[in-house]
Design a protein around this ligand. Structure first.
Ligand SMILES: NC(=O)C1=CN([C@@H]2O[C@H](COP(=O)(O)OP(=O)(O)OC[C@H]3O[C@@H](n4cnc5c(N)ncnc54)[C@H](OP(=O)(O)O)[C@@H]3O)[C@@H](O)[C@H]2O)C=CC1
Ligand SMILES: O=C(O)C1=N[C@H](C(=O)O)C[C@H](O)C1
Length: 242
């Protein structure tokens, strides 16, 4: 049993996390939101679970380092500078960052990697996602994670292959591009499809999130798993043994 502190505690994920932490036999050490005392929360916790906003990340990493506790980062919309800060923090404490903590998406990323590896780049890859109207970042963290898996399978950098926000006279699709389309509306928890489109045939690999508990369960499992680790940056694949 451990004490887990939640950053973004009044948000949609924060609500799910409180419930899942207690249902898993752990103690909810408390939660903070904008303007909260991250260092105080870290001191009272065995691990921090952060589902808040990119602007909070550096403060949260410093708080975890100060208290010497692991941190799970589920926040999306991260820029390269945020990833650099995570790499630096991982020299001092165990850190896990992912755009999706669910078992289903973690496995889906493996399937996408394998499909991209086995099919040549004459198979076009398009990633379509839909989320609720409140979502502020696009493409979603999950779509980017799946794009990274596809790019890795093909042996290319996603930054070199990515195509998103098509509008107007775009010209024909570039061979080898990995395309992204983001839909927003209603209360959709999270829908992701990776379409591999070849000549006269198509494969679609999809995941549907029915509620936020699937993310909360994965995050709590990750926080448990990080308890016994050395400093370093870890992945959901390692946590789930996939
Ligand atoms: N990795 C994964 O599996 C998943 C990731 N997510 C990601 O988690 C994040 C949160 O999602 P969701 O719960 O739906 O969002 P919400 O908008 O419902 O909640 C966000 C919470 O974060 C708080 N917050 C905002 N800024 C700060 C700050 N600077 N310091 C501390 N807390 C802050 C907000 O508090 P206040 O109201 O005071 O601003 C709010 O309580 C998003 O980035 C989302 O994409 C979501 C689901 C799964
Ligand atoms: O903001 C959300 O809600 C979600 N965010 C994550 C993402 O950006 O992929 C995970 C999930 O799809 C829900």
């Amino acid at each position: 049993m451990a004490n887990f502190g939640v950053i973004g505690s009044n948000g949609a994920m924060g609500e799910a996390l409180k419930r899942v932490i207690e249902a898993s036999g752990h103690t909810y050490a408390g939660g903070i939101d904008k303007g909260g005392d991250a260092a105080g929360l870290a001191d009272a916790s065995d691990a921090l679970i952060d589902f808040s906003a990119p602007a909070a990340l550096k403060t949260n990493l410093h708080a975890a380092i100060g208290a010497g506790v692991p941190i799970v980062v589920g926040t999306t919309g991260l820029e390269p500078g945020h990833h650099q800060a995570i790499d630096e923090a991982a020299r001092a404490i165990p850190v896990l960052q992912t755009g999706n903590t669910s078992l289903g998406v973690t496995l889906l990323a493996h399937l996408v990697n394998e499909a991209a590896q086995r099919l040549g780049d004459d198979w076009d890859i398009e990633i379509v996602e839909m989320h609720h109207r409140r979502k502020v970042d696009a493409p979603s963290g999950t779509a980017l994670l799946l794009g990274e898996a596809a790019a890795k399978g093909r042996g290319v950098e996603l930054s070199q292959a990515s195509e998103s926000g098509r509008d107007g006279h775009t010209g024909a699709r570039k061979q080898g591009a990995i395309g992204f389309a983001a839909l927003r509306g209603g209360t959709v928890t999270g829908e992701h499809s990776v379409i591999l489109a070849g000549d006269e045939e198509r494969i679609t690999l999809s995941h549907s999130a029915e509620n936020r508990d699937i993310f909360a369960r994965g995050a709590v499992k990750a926080a448990e798993w990080l308890q016994d680790r050395e400093a370093g940056r870890y992945t959901m694949e390692e946590v789930l043994g996939l």
